[in-house]
Design a protein around this ligand. Structure first.
Ligand code: ADP
Ligand code: MG
Length: 583
């Protein structure tokens, strides 16, 4: 039998150095990570077995077993999931592939204390085992391979690892941790149960722990705990989302979110429902606190996991949500879809369409609820508020600053919900530097005789505020919404009115400005137009093709001239965007 030594990928070596040298604060996370890997491995087996049931061999009951040996100072986590071939062990345990860990790397500061805290929050997968172990041995056999195709992987968590073939009857993987001197506390049923309850209760597989019993010492020897060979289940072993809401604590919802997203922050809010009727499914949808770095990438992954009757089917089930809600994370568990459903089938399924619409409605309802409680009322109304509602204060503001620009895409994408989305919009305006003005707020402040909601799109708030287009509106005390997201120009094409009031760009046409003028102003413009006719003609000749018309206008107060777009023409902001895009 040959034993081969391999070096870790450079990033792994770097990560291991960090894990072993600066992590003392939150040791417990190693068990969460290893249990989560065992659970993933069982999910993978279940999924592959849909097409090839023989993979179950004679062990269809998937489970995770934890045992320890105080004398040998080992803690072992065993699963009967998919397992690894020799090649897979080399690749998966010697390199870093997952994006969560890469993101972790991008956040490293070089400051040991800060970085250690970061690991505690993030978890770094398999390698976190080295927080408590000075050697890790992994023994595995991949489902479907024969017992002599087992592999033993072993490392001290420094630069290298060893791999050798072994014979292993049991399908799946055992991770054997050789505990460090200062981590012997983990060889204890009490400690293991505590961590499982905290981090892994929602795992849908049974997690079993070998039972111990007290044995009196014989012939004057001291008594000791001995293993009984019996196993007890130490978690609830039902998928979190299948449990009734009232039986799930906030801590459990948060732990589940963090497990499926690798987010180190708790979510902003969530909604959990069992939908009954012609399409039956469970939805557990979370809004994160922060936008991911790839929110604007076309190829980014969606955040929903699809299960069918508790069986994991796929990550990134993008068909379950419209693109403008791509920031949502969570789980959908359908009772109706076939187990062998593919991505292509998902696109066409009527059940999926019903689920997507149901998810959309729930997310919008959740946002409406947050928006309604964003500002704490004063006096008695505040006292009457439940603690739960009080805790919602400020959340919509956070949501909007992280995801508002994405939600705006919905104006163009989701006709059926356009009105609901319009109510969720928030803007800066000539009366508010922060994007906190809703269209309803604006309407409530409209002046006598004002017939439109006015807005201005610009590249920045500063540019918007300095625009000469605003002069007349300022003079008249009329509020103008200031829009500075790249998506605004496009999105506003789809929002021509709000509850019966038209939306009007201040950079367009002259027509309805007349309505804001009194008789004297109109007369002044007419007189000036006649008086300045020769000047206007000369300007028109000089500018030639570049302009359609040169006019005297009441639009300006301080500036001598400005550009406007003819009714139905392209706005300067949109023209700039198209130019930047090479059109
Ligand atoms: P992640 O779980 O996010 O992919 P990890 O560092 O936790 O990252 O694990 C790395 C990889 O090692 C996994 O993606 C998987 O391929 C493999 N692996 C780890 N533990 C197991 C296990 N118990 N059974 C099978 N494969 C495993
Ligand atoms: Mg993992």
């Amino acid at each position: 039998m040959t034993k081969h030594t391999h070096s870790f990928q450079a990033e792994v070596a770097q990560l291991l150095h960090l894990v072993t040298h600066s992590l003392y604060s939150n040791k417990d996370i190693f068990l969460r990570e290893l249990i989560s890997n065992a659970s993933d491995a069982c999910d993978k087996l279940r999924f592959e077995a849909l097409a090839n049931p023989a993979l179950y061999e004679d062990q269809p009951q998937l489970e995770i077993r934890i045992s320890y040996d105080r004398d040998a100072r080992t803690l072992t986590i065993t699963d009967n999931g998919i397992g690894m071939s020799e090649q897979e062990a080399i690749e998966h345990l010697g390199t870093i592939a997952k994006s969560g860990t890469r993101e972790f790397f991008s956040r490293l500061t070089g400051d040991q204390k800060q970085d250690a805290q970061l690991i505690g929050q993030f978890g770094v997968g398999f390698y976190s085992g080295f927080i408590v172990a000075d050697r890790i041995t992994v023994e595995s056999r991949r489902a479907g391979l024969s017992s002599d195709a087992g592999v033993r992987w072993s490392s001290e968590g420094t630069g290298a690892f060893e791999v050798e073939p072994i014979t292993r009857e049991a399908r799946g993987t055992s991770v054997i941790l050789h505990l460090r001197e200062d981590a012997l506390e983990y060889a204890s049923a009490w400690k293991i149960k505590e961590i499982v309850r905290k981090y892994a209760d929602h795992i849908s597989l049974p997690i079993l722990l070998e039972k111990e019993t007290w044995q009196e010492g014989k012939d004057g020897e001291p008594g000791r705990m001995v293993k009984t060979g019996e196993w007890e289940t130490i978690n609830q072993a039902t998928a979190l989302w299948t449990r009734p809401k009232k039986d799930i604590t906030d801590e459990q919802y948060i732990a589940f979110y963090q497990q499926i997203t690798h987010d180190f922050e708790p979510p902003l809010a969530w909604t959990h429902n069992r939908v009954e009727g012609s399409t039956e499914y469970i939805q557990l949808l979370y809004i994160p606190k922060h936008a991911p770095h790839d929110l604007w990438l076309r190829e980014r992954k969606s955040g929903l996991k699809l299960y069918v009757k508790r069986v994991f089917i796929m990550d990134d089930a993008e068909a379950l949500l419209p693109a403008y809600l791509r920031f949502i994370k969570g789980v959908v568990d359908s009772n109706d879809l076939p187990l062998n459903v593919s991505r292509e089938l998902l696109q066409e399924s009527r059940d999926v369409k019903a689920i997507r619409e149901g998810n959309t409605r729930r997310v919008l309802a959740l946002l409406e609820d947050l928006a309604a409680h964003d500002r704490l009322p004063e006096g008695e109304a505040a006292a009457a508020l439940s603690d739960e509602d009080k805790a919602k204060a400020g959340k919509y503001t956070t949501f909007w600053s992280e995801f508002g620009a994405v939600l705006k895409e919905g104006l163009g994408e989701d006709l059926a919900n356009r009105d609901r989305i319009a109510k969720l919009l928030r803007f800066a305006s000539t009366q508010s530097d922060t994007p906190s003005v809703s269209l309803a707020d604006y309407k409530a402040r409209m002046k006598e005789g004002q017939e439109a909601i006015y807005y201005l799109t610009a590249e920045s708030l500063a540019a918007a505020k300095n625009s000469p287009q605003l002069e007349l509106f300022r003079k008249k005390g009329i509020e103008v919404l200031l829009m500075t997201d790249r998506v605004d120009e496009w999105a506003m094409n789809f929002l021509t009115e709000f509850e019966g009031t038209p939306l009007q760009s201040v950079a367009r046409g002259e027509a309805d400005l007349a309505k804001l003028q009194d008789e004297a102003e109109k007369k002044a413009v007419e007189e000036a137009s006649t008086a300045f006719k020769p000047v206007l003609e000369r300007l028109k000749t000089a500018l030639g093709e570049r302009v359609e018309d040169v006019r005297v206008s009441a639009r300006l107060v301080d500036s001598p001239a400005c550009l406007v777009v003819p009714e139905g023409g392209m706005s300067p902001q949109l023209a700039r965007m198209l130019k930047a895009a090479g059109q």
